[in-house]
Design a protein around this ligand. Structure first.
Ligand code: DGL
Length: 274
């Protein structure tokens, strides 16, 4: 048994979809979440910049004495590829989501949505190809989905939402995909709109939820879940306003209690202690 916290991070609030899933699977675990809300979005930046930000994020989370780290960010996970960036067990979203999609698809046509950097990396396609030679991937970058979600523009009746979903998902629908990887952890917040456009029988894979389950399975197998018999805490760190984080976080994770602390750039790069 291990009572250390589970560390989860993302460029912004999207990774809270992973926190929500972990909380469901393991309510007694303490969770430390870092959202780099001052620098979101990552997905429209160069690979070099994404890797630089990712190494700062991972070092910050690792300094909190965590037993596992989840990069709840498709952009970071796909930029890292197979790199193991820290000493503690590390999970990205790409392999768990690809595995879930390969086991869900019946027509062997998988749609992949993600940020421009994620789609450019080809990481999801490589992961699917490594697991199944039968499956065909249709990949589309969806650059406006992250700003829409961060700003709460997700209502499936909203004309902007409907038209952006149709614009991005049309090639996936036309090719007859029965399974779609939501390859960015923000996208589950557009799930209703995507499902309405794609049809009720499409399987939507939440990459953050898939990563949470992979990390949970690892902790179970390693006998490293907490022995706590009371509910665990959620402690969040953010590079922008904690008040804004707190207000917006509830749209992502519902009404759970959490403490939110500001992280300065000096603390993020390790020059000062939190
Ligand atoms: N949630 C992040 C991802 O999964 C958002 C990316 C971004 O910051 O652009 O890719």
């Amino acid at each position: 048994m291990n009572d250390n916290a589970i560390g989860i991070f993302d460029s912004g609030l999207g990774g809270l979809t992973c926190v929500a899933e972990m909380k469901k699977a393991a309510p007694n675990e303490n969770i430390i979440y870092f959202g780099d809300t001052a620098r979101v979005p990552y997905g429209t930046r160069s690979r070099e910049t994404i890797l630089e930000y990712a190494s700062q994020d991972i070092a910050l989370v690792a300094r909190q004495n965590v037993k596992v780290i989840i990069a709840a960010c498709g952009t970071v996970s796909s930029a890292l590829g197979d790199t193991i960036p820290c000493d503690v067990p590390f999970f990205g979203v790409v392999y768990p989501a690809a595995r879930a999609a390969v086991s869900a698809t019946r027509r062997h046509i998988i749609g992949i949505t993600g940020t421009p950097a994620t789609i450019r990396s080809g990481a999801y396609e490589r992961a699917v190809a490594g697991m199944s030679s039968e499956d065909i991937c249709i990949s589309v970058p969806c650059p406006l989905f992250v700003p829409m979600v961060e700003n709460g523009i997700t209502d499936p009746d909203d004309v902007v939402v409907r038209s952006m979903v149709e614009r991005y998902l049309a090639p996936i629908k036309e090719k007859g995909a029965d399974t779609v990887i939501l390859g960015c952890t923000h996208y589950p917040h557009l799930e209703d709109a995507i499902r309405r456009y794609m049809g009720d029988d499409v399987v939507l894979i939440s990459s953050g939820a898939a990563a949470a389950r992979a990390a949970y399975d690892h902790l179970t197998a390693a006998d490293a879940l907490s022995g706590r018999d009371t509910e665990g805490s959620i402690t969040c760190f953010t590079t922008d306003s904690p008040d804004m984080f707190y207000e917006n976080a509830h749209r992502f994770i519902g009404d759970v209690s959490m403490a939110v602390h500001k992280v300065t750039m000096e603390q993020l790069v390790g020059k000062e202690q939190i």
